[in-house]
Design a protein around this ligand. Structure first.
Ligand code: NAD
Length: 248
């Protein structure tokens, strides 16, 4: 397969980092996009140490102008835009009645608006370049299931679900595919708050195999979804949850 240009947001940690490493190992050129410079540069170093190709681009995905600049920079660096993984996200554990409007807007700004901005900027550029690209968005089982103290997160991930479905419909005429992934509980820094609250065993019990999912497992599945062989998968959100949603 010809090498592709792959942009991954939130690639300075967790799922994004593992996915960046996976695609790079397969020969793709990676734009490691994150607002955390240290984490992003570490991911680039990991890829380069394994003779892969990657560049860090700083972005705050909650700002449309920065997301557009990220897309422009990717083309300037590598000449195309084949896969965009809108994956950056944040969590916030707050009882509903304690929310401030700012708490809510921050989570929506990154998790929901960030995905919209990524789809819009990448979709326009892929159309202009005539690229039959793939846009993959990170939702969550929490876009399907209710949960206490994560109201804004649930709302944002539910929105991502619908953006995948309706975005696929809008972009299909250009040959651009849109797919979502809904991970279960993955062992990354984002779940540290639950661990700190003594909920590790509960987190593990969410999966059928009774353990946290490793980020590499999510990366493997995202890679498969990006392939041309998977082109019948369009507009769907694929559960990457070791059964979490099917037995809750
Ligand atoms: P993580 O905290 O390890 O990684 C998130 C990354 O996103 C970090 O590098 C962070 O710097 C970056 N980021 C945050 N806000 C940003 C912004 N405004 N602009 C650019 N980068 C930003 O967490 P993770 O588990 O790897 O999360 C990745 C995605 O997976 C998120 O969308 C998360 O909601 C989703 N998810 C995670 C789990 C899980 O259990 N870990 C489950 C379902 C979905």
């Amino acid at each position: 397969m010809a090498e592709r240009v792959v942009v991954i947001t939130g690639a300075g940690s967790g799922i994004g980092r593992s996915t960046a490493v996976k695609f790079a190992r397969k020969g793709d050129k990676i734009v490691v996009a994150d607002f955390n410079e240290k984490g992003g540069q570490e991911t680039v170093d990991m890829i380069k140490a394994a003779n892969g190709e990657a560049t860090f681009v700083k972005v705050d995905v909650s700002k449309f102008d920065q997301v557009e600049a990220m897309v422009e920079k990717s083309i300037e660096l590598y000449g195309s835009l084949d896969v965009v993984f809108n994956n950056a996200g944040i969590g916030k554990i707050i009882p509903f009645l304690d929310y401030t409007v700012e708490d809510y807007e921050r989570v929506i700004g990154v998790n929901q608006n960030g995905v919209f901005y990524g789809m819009l900027a990448a979709g326009r550029k892929m159309r202009d370049l005539g690229v039959k690209g793939v846009i993959i968005n990170t939702a969550s089982v929490f876009g399907y299931l209710s949960n206490q103290y994560t109201f804004a997160y649930q709302a944002s991930k539910g929105a991502v679900r619908m953006m995948c479905q309706t975005g696929a419909l809008e972009l299909a005429p250009y040959g651009i595919r849109v797919v979502g992934v809904a991970p279960g509980t993955v062992d990354t820094p984002i779940v540290q708050g639950f661990k700190d609250a003594g909920l590790t065993d509960k987190l593990k019990s969410n999966q059928m195999r009774g353990d946290l999912i490793q980020p590499e497992a999510i990366a493997n599945a995202v890679y498969l979804l990006s392939l041309e062989e998977a082109d019948v998968i369009n507009g769907s959100v694929v559960m990457l949850d070791d059964g979490y949603a099917s037995f809750k």
